[in-house]
Design a protein around this ligand. Structure first.
Ligand SMILES: [Zn+2]
Length: 199
């Protein structure tokens, strides 16, 4: 009886200690994910490497599971997902803001980006062997051509954008109207900002 009581107390106490959400390595869930973290190189719009060389694609477990749901649909069509950015440490958000303080393109670090919450991912389509697939723009192109609904460019690039959109929306992600590559958990803003190492 005493053991049962102790257990009941233990269980009732647990929800009060709100634990920090855990980040998982996306590739452990989406095993064929192509990982090309641009901020771990100087090949990004900042022209500066802001992630360590051995940075990993980390996400909230829920984001990773939804990503696998999208990848599963795309596999049937002969595509894979290629990620450019996943979880971004809060400290890096301050650094990016220092280099490029433009609201709308870089989230103000105080409010934080959904990338700082593990609830956002930047990605594109890849072929089954990991090759490039034509999209309306390269990553982090902050022009109208990156908007959903952009009717310019080749028909093929627009078709690819729609294939990606259909899979991501079916998996429960929310689009960013101005960036075809950026996808959020619907309630990402309510998740806590995390500052965890990327490697
Ligand atoms: Zn993004």
């Amino acid at each position: 009886m005493r053991v049962v009581l102790a257990l009941a107390l233990l269980l009732s106490a647990e929800p009060k200690a709100k634990s920090k959400p855990k980040l998982v390595e996306a590739k452990s869930v989406v095993t064929d994910l192509v990982v090309d973290l641009r901020y771990a190189t100087a090949d990004n719009f900042l022209h500066k490497q802001v992630y360590p060389d051995d940075a990993k694609c980390l996400l909230l477990e829920e984001s990773a599971k939804r990503l696998e749901a999208a990848a599963k649909q795309l596999r049937e069509k002969g595509y894979r997902l290629k990620v450019w950015d996943c979880y971004r440490p809060h400290a890096v958000q301050f650094e990016m803001w220092k280099i490029f303080p433009k609201p709308g393109y870089v989230a103000e670090p105080k409010a934080g980006s959904n990338h700082n919450r593990g609830g956002a991912v930047d990605l594109t389509l890849a072929t089954a062997d990991g090759g490039e697939v034509e999209m309306p723009t390269p990553f982090d192109t902050f022009t109208g051509a990156a908007h959903h609904g952009y009717a310019g460019g080749t028909a093929e690039s627009r078709e690819h954008r729609e294939v990606l959109k259909a899979a991501m929306q079916a998996a429960g992600f929310t689009k960013n109207q101005m960036e075809w590559w950026h996808w959020d958990l619907p309630d990402a803003k309510s998740r806590p900002i995390l500052d965890e190492p990327l490697n």
